[in-house]
Design a protein. Structure first.
Ligand code: SAH
Ligand code: SF4
Ligand code: F3S
Length: 472
């Protein structure tokens, strides 16, 4: 049961590059969030200039990079287990270079080289430009670390090598880092200060994707609502000679790149999500009617301890506004059970919010204490593991049932789907998503291929999938 829950909710993806021709071979695995996946595409691009092409077969690789995640202890354990396999490979082939990139590299720094004797490189998220030199020093016989965080690095002008298989959807990073300091979260320590990327380079990247046949982009940031260009943290204009850009304006600029291009974004923060953003979504049919708005807990006491800077009432008001301005908007959330000092009453309040809002989707986790975070320093991790897990399984059950009910209401309706590919287990079917981010599966029809928009009538539904057929 626990395994099933974890698989259903942890969502840690292992994404491996598609094959490309080149002399030296790079094998890349990405763990954690979409931002890490987008970073792997930047890494592939930096190494491409050095003559490396990506491979899906680690056994033929000259370089193996793991782009790692530290968000929960389990994420780090997954990486350690996988590393075990690569280390065995290196024992057979000593010239193989193994690099640990990403958030674990940044969190553990030199200690990782101490602990993992067969790892050659430890490189943090802001230091990927130094990879070619670091590889050179490894070839010269030295192990290398670069975990310098930057206040400016956005990799703005690097054109990512697209690693996703579909060729239909792609990620574009718009901000890096995070200034929020939620007390449970390791991200501000692994990714540094928040910075926004030049809007012109974002638009150029979206245009390039359209030219290459992509039909959907997801704009990425830990808190997309705090995107700002030429505006100081206090809200003042920095340079009067260039235009300012807010997230709502950026969204509009990307939507205008092509009416055929679907635009998504993630993650929104309840304390910052503005009505301007909602009106922009409502105005442009190609901006998807879907918002991922993590609440974390339904208890004001816990939200305060988490340092989320908003109340449950504020959150519910945001939900009301979303539904008023964007009718039928898909809404998803993140929840943590068993945070420090969480009582049964606090847990009940989280269940109340689930039942009040009725989310289409939720990513649910039990609390995992992370070194150096505010919570680790200030509070005791005092909810026993079995209680954390029991509460998690309760909310998973309730969420599943709510999502099932919502999906049943879709039966008989017709949705426009962007075809992304086939479900892993059934190549006779096609799959894609509605604007509201519902996953839809339907039988293959002659002439319809990934990248096409089709109308699908929904005939059946589970808690996670709508099942339908193509209609004219
Ligand atoms: N920037 C996003 C979240 C990024 S992390 C936001 O603010 O919403 C993704 C999710 O992982 C978080 O929303 C939270 O639910 C979960 N998470 C983060 N730290 C965690 C921890 N220490 N233990 C359990 N879950 C955690
Ligand atoms: Fe972590 Fe909070 Fe920043 Fe999200 S907003 S990345 S949860 S600190
Ligand atoms: Fe993990 Fe780092 Fe993303 S900790 S969730 S990979 S920002």
């Amino acid at each position: 049961m626990e395994k099933e829950i974890n698989e259903a909710i942890q969502g840690t993806a292992t994404l491996i590059g598609k094959e490309e021709k080149g002399t030296k071979k790079l094998y890349l695995e990405s763990y954690g969030c979409a931002m890490n996946f987008a970073d792997s595409e930047v890494v592939a691009s930096i190494l491409k200039k050095e003559g490396y092409s990506t491979t899906r077969n680690f056994e033929e690789a000259d370089v193996i990079f793991m782009n790692t995640c530290s968000i929960r202890d389990k994420a780090e354990q997954t990486v350690r287990n996988r590393l075990y396999l690569f280390k065995k490979l290196k024992k057979k082939n000593p010239s193989l270079i193994i690099g640990v990139l990403g958030c674990m590299a940044e969190r553990l720094k030199e200690a990782l080289l101490e602990e993992e004797k067969l790892v050659d490189l430890v490189v943090g998220p802001d230091a990927y430009r130094s990879l070619p030199q670091l590889i050179e020093s490894v070839n010269g016989g030295q192990r290398a670390v670069n975990v310098l965080l930057s206040r400016e690095e956005t990799y703005a002008e690097i054109s990512p090598v697209r690693l996703a298989e579909s060729g239909v959807t792609a990620f574009i990073s718009i901000t890096r880092g995070c200034d929020n300091m939620c007390s449970f979260c390791v991200v501000p320590f692994t990714r540094g200060r928040e910075r926004s990327r030049n809007p012109l380079s974002i638009i150029a990247e979206a245009r390039e994707l359209v030219e290459n046949g992509y039909q959907e982009v997801t704009l990425l940031g830990q808190n997309v609502d705090s995107y700002r260009w030429n505006i100081s943290k206090k809200g003042e204009i920095i340079d009067p000679n260039i235009p300012t850009t807010s997230f709502a304006q950026l969204l509009e600029m990307v939507a205008k790149v092509s009416p055929e291009l679907r635009v998504r974004f993630s993650t929104s923060h309840p304390k910052d999500m503005s009505d301007d953003v909602l009106h922009t979504i409502a105005k442009y049919p190609n901006i998807c009617n879907y918002i991922h708005l993590p609440i974390q807990s339904g208890s004001n006491k816990i939200l305060k301890e988490m340092n989320r800077n908003h109340t449950v009432e504020w959150y519910l008001e945001r939900i009301e506004k979303i539904r008023k301005i964007i009718p039928n908007c898909g809404i998803s959330t993140d929840i943590i059970t068993g945070f420090c000092n969480e009582t049964e009453e606090d847990h009940k309040q989280t269940i109340d919010v689930l039942n009040k809002v009725k989310f289409n989707l939720a990513y649910m986790y039990y609390y995992s204490e992370r070194p150096k975070t505010l919570a680790e320093r200030k509070f005791e991790d005092n909810v026993p593991l079995d209680v954390k897990k029991r509460r998690l399984s309760e909310i998973v059950t309730i969420q599943r049932s709510n999502a099932y009910d919502l999906n049943q209401q879709q039966i008989g309706k017709i949705h426009e789907i962007l075809v992304e590919g086939s479900p892993k287990k059934d190549k006779n079917q096609l799959s894609g998503r509605t604007s509201e981010n519902n996953y839809v599966v339907f039988p293959k029809v002659e002439g319809i291929k990934p990248g096409d928009y089709v109308n699908v009538k929904i005939n059946k539904a589970t808690s996670a999938t709508l099942i339908g057929e193509v209609v004219k």
